[in-house]
Design a protein around this ligand. Structure first.
Ligand code: AMP
Ligand code: ZN
Length: 462
C-alpha cells in the first residue's frame, strides 16, 4: 500500500518512497540537554516513534540519526543570548559535561517509559567539533561564508531562495526587526556558523580561527551528512524549528553540497497546556515524571497523543490524561477478553480491519482514524484469539504494551488528594521525611494508600 506524508517543503501530502532500496534514512533534531524534557518535547518524540513504527510496519529498514545538542544552542534560538548549557551549568554549579550527561540520561529514560523506539544512531554535538569545523571551512571555500571579528557567518544573500521551507521573503524583512543589528554582518539574516569565544567562555575548542564554539545549526548539517549522506529521506522536528533552525540547515547544506539535505521535512505541532503555552511562570511545565507521580501510566500520554493528528495542536489537561488512562485500560482489557475467547472470525473481516488500519497510518500517520479501527476490533462482540493477535499486531505501531495487566487503581483522584500528593512530593524533594510521613497518614485517613516506588509513587484506594 502506498504511503503518503505531508511534506513541509512542498506543502502537500506526497507519496513516500525511499531514495535507496528498502532503507529509509531519517534525521531527527534531538533535545538540548540543559534541563528535563517536557511533555511538549515528548509529543514531538511520540510522533517520531510513530513514524519509525509505521515505516517498520510497512517492511522498511531504518537508519535513523538523532543528535543531542550539548553546545551552541543559545537562549534566543538565534545568535544572541547565553549558551543554554553554560547558563544551566552556572545555575546548577556543575560542568556543562555533567549537565549534559545528567539530562541525556533522564531524557532517554523517558523514551523507555513511553516505549519510544530509539534511533539507530544517537550522536552528541561535542563529539563532532572537528567535522563541524571542516564543514565551516567548506562553506568559506565555496564562498557562502565570511569571517568577522566575532564569528564566521553564513551569507544568506548567496542563496537564490533562502526561506524555502517557511516561505519567509527576506526582501520584506527590515534589519533589526527580529534580529540584532551587527555592523560587520553583510545581511541582517546572516547567521553564525562558528563563534569566537569570549575570554571567560567555558565551552571552547581550538580551531584555525582561534578558540571557538559552534553555532547550533551547523551540528545537524554536519551529523546528518556524516551518518546519512548528502541527501537522505526524512528530516523531522517540532514545528518551531521550521523558520530558523531547519531553514539554516538547508542553507548550510546547499552551500556545502548544492543540495537540500532531505526529501521530506515533517514537523510536529505543539502541545498546549490548558489551552495555552507551557511556561515556568505559569508553573505548568509538566514532565513525564509528573504524570507518573499522579498515579497514571506514562503510556496514557501516548494514548492522549493518538487522539489528535501530529500536525494539530493537542491540549493537555489532567482530565484528558485521566480519560486516556481509562482508554488504555479499556484497550488492555479488550485485548485480554479477546485472548480468552474462542469464536471463529472470518478471515475477510480480519483483512478488512487490517487494511483500514494500514490505510490510516499510511495516510500521513493518521492515528485518530487508526485508533477508531482499534476500537472497532476491541468492541467486536465475538471474542476471539484471532482478534487478540490482530490487536497485538496493531500494537507494533502503537507501542502501548497492550499485554500489560491493568493496574487496578487509575482512580479518579480528587483535587484535594492530588494537592496532598503534590505537597508530599515536595516534602520528599526537600528531604523532609517527617512531613512526608505526616501527609501519608493524612492520606490514609482519607482512604488512600501511597506506596513509594523507584519511579515515584503509586496511589491506591483502601
Ligand atoms: P529542544 O530540547 O528545545 O531543542 O526541543 C526538542 C524538540 O521538542 C524540538 O523538536 C522542539 O521543536 C520540540 N518541542 C518543544 N516544545 C514543544 C511543544 N510544546 N510541543 C511539541 N513539541 C515541542
Ligand atoms: Zn537540528
Amino acid at each position: 500500500m502506498n504511503i503518503y506524508f505531508y511534506n513541509t517543503l512542498t506543502k502537500t501530502k506526497d507519496e513516500f518512497r525511499p531514495l535507496n532500496g528498502n532503507e529509509v534514512r531519517i534525521y531527527t533534531c534531538g533535545p538540548t540537554v540543559y534541563k528535563d524534557a517536557t511533555i511538549g518535547n515528548m509529543k514531538s518524540y511520540v510522533f517520531m516513534d510513530t513514524l519509525r513504527r509505521v515505516l517498520k510496519y510497512n517492511g522498511y529498514k531504518l537508519k535513523h540519526a538523532m543528535n543531542i545538542t550539548d553546545v551552541g544552542h543559545l537562549v534566543s534560538d538565534g545568535d544572541d543570548g547565553e549558551d543554554k548549557m553554560i547558563k544551566a551549568a552556572k545555575e546548577e554549579k556543575k560542568t556543562p559535561l555533567e549537565i549534559a550527561e545528567f539530562y541525556t540520561k533522564r531524557f532517554l529514560k523517558d523514551f523507555d517509559r513511553l516505549n519510544i523506539d530509539k534511533p539507530e544512531i544517537i550522536c552528541k554535538a561535542t563529539d563532532h567539533i572537528k567535522e563541524m569545523e571542516e564543514f565551516v571551512q567548506k562553506l568559506l571555500n565555496n564562498g557562502y561564508a565570511y569571517e568577522t571579528s566575532t564569528a564566521i557567518y553564513f551569507d544568506v544573500s548567496k542563496l537564490d531562495n533562502y526561506g524555502i521551507l517557511s516561505g519567509v521573503d527576506l526582501r520584506n524583512q527590515k534589519a533589526g526587526a527580529r534580529v540584532e543589528i551587527d555592523e560587520e554582518k553583510r545581511n541582517p539574516y546572516d547567521f553564525a556558523l562558528w563563534i569566537k569565544a569570549p575570554e571567560n567562555h567555558i565551552m571552547k575548542w581550538k580551531s584555525q580561527w582561534g578558540l571557538c564554539y559552534p553555532g547550533w545549526h551547523i551540528e545537524c548539517s554536519t551529523m546528518s551528512n556524516k551518518y546519512l549522506g548528502e541527501v537522505f529521506d526524512i528530516h523531522t522536528g517540532g514545528i518551531d524549528l521550521v523558520p530558523t533552525h531547519h531553514e539554516n540547515e538547508i542553507a548550510q547544506s546547499k552551500g556545502c553540497t548544492g543540495k537540500i539535505p532531505a526529501a521530506f521535512w515533517m514537523h510536529c505541532e505543539f502541545l498546549l497546556i490548558n489551552g495555552g503555552k507551557m511556561s515556568k511562570s505559569l508553573g505548568n511545565t509538566y514532565l513525564v515524571q509528573d504524570i507518573i507521580d499522579k498515579g497514571y501510566d506514562a503510556l496514557a500520554f501516548k494514548m492522549l497523543c493518538f487522539t489528535s493528528h501530529y500536525r494539530n495542536k493537542l491540549n493537555f489537561t489532567w482530565d484528558a490524561i485521566s480519560s486516556s488512562q481509562n482508554a488504555l485500560n479499556r484497550l488492555r482489557e479488550g485485548y485480554k477478553k479477546h485472548s480468552e475467547g474462542n469464536s471463529k472470525i472470518d478471515k475477510s473481516i480480519i483483512e478488512e480491519y487490517k487494511n483500514k488500519f494500514l490505510e490510516a497510518i499510511n495516510d500521513d500517520l493518521n492515528m485518530p482514524v487508526a485508533m477508531s479501527v482499534v476500537w472497532d476490533v476491541v468492541k467486536n462482540e465475538n471474542k476471539s484469539n484471532q482478534l487478540a493477535n490482530l490487536l497485538l499486531d496493531f500494537d507494533k505501531v502503537l507501542g502501548v504494551d497492550i499485554q500489560k495487566e491493568n493496574r487496578e487503581k487509575n482512580l479518579e483522584i480528587p483535587d484535594e488528594i492530588n494537592l496532598l500528593l503534590e505537597k508530599r512530593k515536595q516534602a520528599r524533594q526537600n528531604k523532609d521525611w517527617a512531613l512526608s510521613d505526616q501527609i501519608r497518614d493524612e492520606l490514609k485517613e482519607k482512604g488512600y494508600i501511597v506506596k513509594d516506588t523507584k519511579e515515584g509513587f503509586n496511589v491506591e484506594k483502601i
